[in-house]
Design a protein around this ligand. Structure first.
Ligand SMILES: Nc1ncnc2c1ncn2[C@@H]1O[C@H](COP(=O)(O)OP(=O)(O)OP(=O)(O)O)[C@@H](O)[C@H]1O
Ligand SMILES: [Mg+2]
Length: 376
């Protein structure tokens, strides 16, 4: 079966990856020069993909990737980090063998995932203090290897939710002593990430270089889309490509999704009718999710979302004409609603030197609101 050349989850290889030349080069330069890096962008922009893409060209490093989204504590962190090390250095490799020996000292319970065959590690601790100690030992183990190591920690903001309030301090003080490991700290909660790394009162203050991921260059994305279709002998006109990129505002995940759908139609030529059909079909598929979201929000929050969708984006949430047009109420009402929706990751706040803008980042939700609601 033909692989759909538009990936919508995970990473396969550079063959399916569009552009990001500058960002790949920056990340690689930082890594080759021992500079720890903080990688931030809104959700679904391509951070995780970029890490894997950069790793593909850093073959002389031992690149360990760990997604800590599901972790709730240092204990979970240790477990996922150990599993990620095994994922990178399987049992048969020399580092993998050494890591088994090393872990044995902790008397872990080891099981194997029935689907992936990957080891799953459970360490039982007698005392709380053993948890940070184990974390330090794992990092020191990596640091002692002949190979240079990179550890990418995805969804890094998650550590701020751990019951162990000193996780940041523990990690930071340990990292300072490691000269053979470089770190990539990756996250989408911009305000949390920036505060962690730019607040003078926090342990990680100014300890890394920042890399902020923006949208893929539109021209590059257009070329990529045509090329991916053409490789499978499918033609697509400039008009169709422009429609896709306008509709998704060339936001990575949403562009990939629509192109993936179009490819799945298995036609030799993509027409505008097919593109609009793919967009409509996508919105229909998402309707249940959006109706559920509606149940989770108050009427005022929902109406506020519709208002932002209708405006496209806003820069002045307390402007009289905006408040009046959408019956939002007082300026403080507006600020409160906006704050909650930003915290819920539904509205994206983007701060530049010139202004702060607010918009719905989920392009499917944005279009669905536009299609389903008239101005209130
Ligand atoms: N440069 C690229 N070219 C093609 N596809 C890409 C590119 N970057 C990312 N993608 C695809 O877009 C989707 C979203 O990317 P990714 O998961 O890397 O985003 P993210 O910023 O890590 O999102 P989240 O914040 O939700 O974790 C994925 O399916 C990924 O394969
Ligand atoms: Mg990600």
């Amino acid at each position: 079966m033909k692989v759909n050349p538009f990936i919508t989850s995970g990473y396969i290889s550079k063959k399916y990856f569009c552009d990001r030349k500058k960002e790949i080069a920056s990340l690689q330069t930082y890594m080759r020069n021992g500079v720890n890096t903080t990688l931030v962008s809104p959700r679904r922009m391509g951070k995780t993909g970029l890490i894997h893409r950069a790793f593909e060209d850093l073959k002389d490093f031992g690149c360990v990737y760990v997604d800590i989204m599901p972790t709730r504590s240092i204990e979970d962190f240790n477990r996922l980090l150990s599993e990620a090390i095994f994922h990178k250095f399987p049992e048969k490799t020399s580092i993998g063998k050494k890591f088994w020996e090393f872990l044995r000292g902790f008397r872990p319970l080891i099981s194997y995932d029935s689907i992936t065959g990957q080891p799953q590690i459970e360490i039982s601790y007698q005392m709380e203090s053993q948890k940070p100690q184990t974390l330090k030992s794992i990092l020191q183990f990596l640091n002692a290897q002949d190979k240079k190591i990179i550890v990418a920690i995805d969804e890094f903001q998650q550590i701020t939710t751990y019951p162990e309030k000193n996780m940041e301090a523990i990690l930071r003080s340990e990292i300072q002593t490691l000269n053979n490991i470089n770190f990539i700290f990756c996250g989408s909660k911009r305000s949390v990430m920036y505060d962690m790394f730019s607040n003078a009162k926090r342990p990680f203050y100014q300890s890394t270089s920042f890399l902020s991921l923006e949208k893929i260059d539109r021209k590059e994305y257009a070329k990529f889309i045509v090329k991916q279709f053409n490789k499978s002998n499918i033609t697509i006109s400039k008009v169709c490509v422009d429609f896709i990129l306008d509709w998704t505002k060339n936001y990575t995940f949403y562009t990939q999704y629509i192109c993936n759908k179009l490819f799945s139609y298995s036609e030799k030529e993509i027409t505008l009718k097919m593109v609009t059909h793919a967009c409509r079909e996508t919105l229909a598929e998402q309707a249940t999710t959006f109706n559920q979201l509606r149940q989770l929000l108050t009427t005022a929050q929902w109406n506020y979302l519709i208002a932002i969708a209708k405006e496209g984006k806003i820069t002045q949430p307390t402007a009289q004409n905006f408040l009046m047009k959408y019956k939002i109420g007082t300026p403080s009402n507006s600020k409160r609603l906006l704050k909650t929706l930003c915290e819920k990751d539904i509205i994206l706040e983007q701060i530049s030197l010139k202004e702060t803008t607010y918009e719905i980042y989920d392009m499917f939700l944005y279009h669905w609101l536009l299609d389903n609601y008239d101005v209130i």
